[in-house]
Design a protein around this ligand. Structure first.
Ligand SMILES: [Zn+2]
Length: 242
């Protein structure tokens, strides 16, 4: 059986809601892109509309390298704290900022918190694939369809890229397919934030770890896919008559 990994990156301001700087976009993102391109691996970059407006060149670089661009909302506001009208506006504003760069069909809500009743809104906006739910936050549904959107949950929280390597390996080996991992550009830039779990092993260490992880996974026979590639595969197999 093919074992697949979806590497994803949430492209946003540094360590929200604590900081409002963008060191991650300026320093961390180029480091991630270098590692991925050297290893010939593509990932999904869930980007806020705000980043697209402030750093169009960074978004251009993601797309030019052949990665998938997804939406991470407009300004990293939490959808579980928005009413329907606010959520709708936030999604539209994000897509308006991102779609000039790429035909966005994947979405991840900030803080991986997204009310199930809002999925219909995503579908109406042309979103087909979502990774706003997380196994580590108690999502029991596995890969499932919610109101017409295919939900592909995240496997582990981003700190695992910065903890001892054996922990990451164990999580990946025990996870259900596909293994959805994520981290943030600011973790690769060494942001100065008070929370130790956000700061530990950030910067150069995280860059090395990402590189090391990709090489290990390839050797073990894992295949890397973007969220869209994985979702399209599922759609195709569902459409095939049995
Ligand atoms: Zn985020």
């Amino acid at each position: 059986m093919v074992r697949e990994i979806i590497l994803s990156f949430d492209v946003e301001q540094d360590a929200p809601p604590y900081l409002h700087s963008f060191k991650g976009i300026e320093q961390g993102l180029p480091r991630i892109l270098e590692v991925l391109s050297r290893n010939n691996v593509h990932g999904t970059f869930f980007t806020t509309g705000e980043v697209a407006e402030k750093f169009p060149d960074a978004v251009e670089a993601i797309v030019c390298d052949g990665h998938e661009l997804g939406s991470h909302g407009y300004d990293h506001g939490r959808f579980d704290k928005m009413d329907t009208g606010e959520a709708q506006k936030n999604i539209q504003r994000s897509l308006d900022a991102l779609r000039p760069f790429y035909n966005v069909i994947s979405f991840r809500a900030p803080n991986l918190k997204f009310p199930e009743e809002y999925y219909e809104m995503l579908r109406e906006e042309g979103i087909k694939y979502d990774s706003s739910q997380a196994v580590y936050k108690g999502w029991k549904g596995g890969v499932t369809r919610v109101n017409g959107v295919l939900v592909i949950p995240a496997t582990a929280t981003s700190i695992f890229f910065r903890l001892p390597f054996r922990l990451l390996k164990t999580i990946v080996e025990r996870a259900k397919n596909p293994v959805v991992l994520f981290s943030h550009p600011w973790e690769y830039s060494g942001v100065n934030v008070w929370r130790p779990d956000l700061r530990i092993n950030a910067g150069e260490y995280a860059v090395k770890r990402l590189d090391e992880f990709i090489q290990w996974a390839k050797k073990e026979g894992y295949v890397f896919r973007t969220l869209k590639e994985w979702g399209n595969q599922v759609e195709k197999s569902t459409l095939t008559p049995k």
